[in-house]
Design a protein around this ligand. Sequence first.
Ligand code: PXP
Length: 250
Amino acid sequence: MLKLGVNIDHVATVREARYRGLGHGEPDPVAAAQICEAAGCHGITAHLREDRRHIQDRDIWKLREVVKTRLNLEMANAPEIVEIALKLKPEIVCLVPERRQEVTTEGGLDVVAAEKSLTETRKKMNDAGIEVSLFIAPDERQIEASARTGAQFIELHTGKFAEDFYKFEIGNLKFESELQRLVAGAKLAHSLGLQVNAGHGLNYVNLPALFAVPHLVELNIGHSLVSRAVFVGMEAAVKEMLAVMQPYRG
Ligand code: PXP
C-alpha cells in the first residue's frame, strides 16, 4: 500500500504569519500532526529550516513526543541541524537543499557534487538508528550517486511534473516527458536497491497521473492538504487524499 506522509510545515507557516517569535499561537502543527495520524496517515514530515521560518525547535521536540507513526525530519545537510537530528532521533531524515529566498524547497540535491559530505552525514544518521532519504530530481547521475552514499531512500522531486501538469500543448500532455523521467528514475533507483518516495506539488488532481511511476513507497504531501483543510478540516483532507491514493498498484 502506498503510504502518505503529511508535511505540516504550512500549518506552522500560518501560525508564524501572526505569532512570529512569540513561541505560541495557533494553528499548532503538533495538534495538526495528531489529527492527521488519527485520520490514517502513515508518517509526519516537518522541515526545520536553518532560518526557522515555519517549524520551530519547540515543534520538533513536541512532535518527537507525540508522533506514533513515523517522524520524518526534512533538513539541510548543515552542521547545526545534523546535530539536532542526531539528538532528536526521528525515524528518518530527508536531506534537502535549502536556499534562503525560496518559499519552499525548489530544486533537488546535487548529490554528485556533495557525495562525500552526504555520505558522512548518512553514516552518522544510520549509526544513530536513523534512516536517510535524499531529495533529488529524477536524474540518472543523481540516482547513481545517491546509491553510492548508502542512503536507504530517495525522494523523487515531483515539482516539475506538478508544474507541467497545468501546461497544455496542442495534441500533447506537457507533463508526459517529466512523468517518463520519473518512471525511469524509479526503475533505476529500485534496481540499485534504493527505496523510492516522491513529493512536492502533489495534489488531489495531479496525483492519479503519477501512478504510472512504479515502486513508490511513500508520498510526502503538504501544501494541497493544508489548503484543503482550510475548507473541510485536516481529518477530512487526509482521508480524501488517502482515498485518491488507494488505487495505486506500484
Ligand atoms: N517533499 C519535500 C522534500 C519538500 O521539501 C516538500 C515541500 O516542503 C514536500 C515534499 C511537500 O511539498 P508540497 O508542500 O508541495 O506538498
